[in-house]
Design a protein around this ligand. Structure first.
Ligand SMILES: [Zn+2]
Length: 298
């Protein structure tokens, strides 16, 4: 309302002369009774009005800019914490297949349920590399993840082994092979970027490690949790997203575990365990961002 009333000021302006369209009564009166003073009086009046209208226009422009700035600040959506979930396989790529259960369907169902649960939370943006039974190349998954610039990447699979006794969930981090040779000799300027990149990579690895440990901690007892591992999985090693984790939610080749993985209640407990972990990570991430912003600049 304040802005609206300000926009009514100044009154109508003649576009040709850049002046108020109506001369006030005293100008007309003076020019009528003292004709010799007419031009001088008018000149003084017009000069004052020109200054007034110029300042008023600048003021209007300033108010308009401030109004637009405030509107954009207040109504533009805040950055949502973005999670990309990647259900493995799809289409002709069935994944593991045991007892009529297909890995591609199992991991899609778990991923869809996870998305539904996460979308109940405010400030989260959840994206799936696939939510239908469509084939998707590994490179397309990576491309999708990188284009989405997620705060977290999670690929979901189910495991299988020739050894039918093996069971339990497994959590994979991208494999890391740091070359520390550069740190042993005084770095040249050109090495600085390499060292910074390594430090960044190590930071990402530590984030993924912390997240994986929480997954183990929050994993449901219905499916035993086995181990944390590193492996050169394509989607983990190629994506720029971090942390990046691949979960094998259990062994389909183990008869008992396969039976449990089919059960909706067990799938739900897996989903809730993952959700709790991701929300915990999100909260820690956001509080560290706040601390960084609050930290005094040197
Ligand atoms: Zn798989």
């Amino acid at each position: 309302m304040v802005v609206g009333s300000l926009c009514l000021w100044p009154p109508a302006i003649d576009r040709n002369t850049n002046l108020l369209w109506q001369e006030p009564a005293e100008v007309l009166a003076q020019s009528r009774f003292w004709p010799g003073h007419e031009d001088r009086t008018r000149a003084r009046f017009y000069t004052q009005q020109m200054l007034t209208t110029t300042l008023a226009r600048k003021f209007q422009a300033l108010v308009g800019f401030l109004f637009l700035f405030c509107a954009l600040t207040l109504f533009s959506p805040a950055h949502a914490f973005t999670i990309v979930i990647d259900p493995g396989h799809g289409g002709n790529d069935l994944g593991a297949r045991y007892g009529g259960l297909l890995e591609k369907n199992l991991v899609r169902d778990v991923s869809l349920a996870l998305r539904t649960e996460l979308e109940k939370e405010k400030g989260l943006k959840v994206l799936l590399t696939r939510d239908t039974d469509s084939p998707l190349a590994l490179s397309d998954r990576v491309r999708f993840a990188d284009a989405s610039e997620p705060d977290l990447f999670l690929s979901i699979h189910a495991n299988a082994s020739e050894n039918k006794n093996v069971k339990g969930a497994e959590f994979y981090l991208r494999s890391m092979d740091f070359d520390h040779s550069a740190a042993k000799t005084p770095p040249a300027d050109s090495d600085l970027e390499v060292i910074l990149a390594e430090l960044h990579q190590q930071g990402q690895f530590l984030n993924s490690l912390a997240l994986s440990k929480d997954l183990v901690k929050n994993w449901p007892v219905a499916v035993s949790s086995r181990s944390l591992r590193q492996a050169p999985f394509y989607v983990l090693n190629k994506t720029k997203a971090a942390p990046a984790i691949l979960i094998e939610i259990g062994y389909m080749s183990h008869t008992g575990e396969r039976k449990r993985l089919r059960e909706p209640s067990v799938q739900n407990s897996i989903v809730m365990g993952i959700k709790k972990t991701l929300l915990g990570y999100r909260d820690r991430y956001l509080s560290s961002q706040k601390e960084q912003k609050a930290a005094p600049k040197e």
